[in-house]
Design a binder for this molecule. Structure first.
Ligand code: ADP
Length: 449
């Protein structure tokens, strides 16, 4: 096992990793920017190193500073959390060259899944169902039109290097294809330096359902079931549930096993999430994230498996501590992301938290790194914390979540708590009756004039 892990992240996820390390008897090194000198992860770690000034590009994304911090402190492994360098194959390679373990998959697997065309090709090869569409890159408008004709409109032109929903354009008919194709290409070129695009059938009312997997790189892999993350705003998830409430249990097992078996074939190491759109009872692969996800706690709640523990353990060369037959699903869990944002306009609201009272009680978990008096810096994401509730049934989970949302107090900054106070009382949300467009439509419908 590792003796000292450097956590190359901040906020609640740095704390999440730190907690796992402590339970495993591993020493921890926190890194931080100057703005984060007082942050909770810095206070709770065994050692800390300032790696640069406020902008993430000069601190949390600063590879030479991170490698130096490992060398100064003698850390033998790095956990990247999510975001920042968590899906950066170059970082994984540089660490390997310095004989420091990267707690994540191989650089090769990060690269494959980072290129959407390559990812889709691999998924198809591994027997994962994909959205019908072009075989690889589409280079000309004529080819794009031929594909539109073959699969039928509407279709979606997508950037191979895409991320955050950028470089995507819908064409509803052949007349729209030329503009969609050219705009997607030029947006992709501008945003990612790579203008290659591919085309998929556009699914009109899908749900976003993903499968959590963990592999040990030695041919063992398990799935921890599904999560429904359809409630999104601008492609950002705001509410996540495990297991997906609308998928029949038999189909949950089937898609889970397809994913686990694919990871066994790939000899995938570490945690990963295989994302699908789900429409008319069928799953369609869209991408794989080769890292820990923000919403992993809902899967931990329903399986009672510590995803971060397994990540660290397999990175140290151990076999997975669990077999698929050990994974049992109990009850239902929902996570809401409490952001320091105006609950109507969603503009960030950095500042000092003057009063903080998190919810508690049976079946409630809070993953957060803030405290009363903490000043939320304006330089990073606006996540204050994640409120996760668990119940024996979805109904019990919703009841717990509702009372926990009503208990939670954060003063001094605006938060998205009022949004959740509304959502938890919405009949469609209570019934689990929503697709990926529901939240934006709801926000447009209920916007104050
Ligand atoms: P990114 O990496 O930019 O997030 P994704 O491939 O995950 O790209 O797509 C982002 C979002 O776009 C998805 O979560 C989904 O809401 C939507 N989307 C992607 N592909 C399709 C499709 N074929 N049909 C309908 N919506 C899609």
């Amino acid at each position: 096992m590792f003796s000292k892990v450097l956590i190359a992240n901040r906020g609640e996820i740095a704390l999440r990793v730190l907690r796992a390390c402590k339970e495993m008897g591993i020493e921890t090194v926190a890194v931080h920017s100057t703005a984060d000198a007082d942050a909770m992860h810095v206070r709770l770690a065994d050692e800390s190193v300032c790696i640069g000034p406020n902008p993430a590009s000069e601190s949390y994304l600063n590879i030479p500073a991170l490698v130096t911090a490992c060398e100064i402190t003698g850390a033998d492994a790095v956990h990247p959390g999510y975001g920042f360098l968590s899906e950066n194959a170059r970082f994984a390679r540089i660490l390997a060259e310095h004989k420091i373990a990267f707690i994540g998959p191989s650089a090769h697997h990060i690269e494959i899944m980072g290129d959407k065309i390559e990812a889709k090709r691999t998924a198809l090869e591994l027997g994962i169902p994909c959205v019908p569409g072009s075989e690889g890159e589409v280079e000309t408008v004529e080819d794009a039109k031929a594909i539109g004709k073959e699969f039928g409109y509407p279709v979606l032109v997508k950037a191979a290097a895409g991320g955050g929903g950028r470089g995507m354009k819908v064409a509803s008919s052949e007349a729209e294809m030329e503009t969609a194709f050219k705009t997607a290409r030029s947006e992709a070129k501008a945003a990612f330096g790579d203008g290659s695009v591919y085309i998929e059938k556009y699914l009109v009312k899908p749900r976003h359902i993903e499968v959590q997997v963990i592999g040990d790189g030695q041919g063992n892999a398990v799935h921890l079931g599904t999560r429904d993350c359809s409630l999104q705003r601008r492609h950002q998830k705001v509410w996540e549930e495990a297991v997906a409430p609308t998928v029949p249990m038999e189909q949950q097992q089937e898609i889970g096993e397809i994913c686990a078996s694919a990871m066994r074939k790939l000899k995938y190491s570490g945690a990963g999430t295989i994302e699908f759109l789900y429409e008319d009872g069928a799953f369609y692969f869209i991408e794989m994230n080769t890292r820990l996800q923000v919403e992993h706690p809902v899967s931990e709640f329903v399986t009672d498996i510590d995803v971060v523990y397994e990540q660290i353990s397999v990175a140290a060369g151990n076999k997975l501590s669990i077999k698929q037959s050990d994974v049992e699903f109990a009850g239902h869990a929902i996570e809401v992301r409490i952001n320091a944002e105006d609950p109507v306009t969603f503009t960030p609201s950095p500042g000092t938290i003057t009063f903080y009272h998190p919810a508690g009680g049976v079946g409630v978990r809070i993953d957060s790194a803030v405290y009363q008096g903490y000043r939320i810096p304006p330089y990073y994401d606006s996540l204050i914390g994640k409120l996760i509730a668990h119940g024996r049934t979805r109904e019990e989970c919703l009841q717990r979540l509702k009372r926990a949302i009503d208990e939670f107090v954060v003063d001094g900054v605006k938060t998205t708590l009022p949004l959740f106070q509304r959502l938890i009382r919405e009949p469609d949300v209570i019934a689990g009756n929503y697709d990926i467009h529901w939240l934006e439509q709801y926000l447009a419908r209920t916007k104050p004039v």
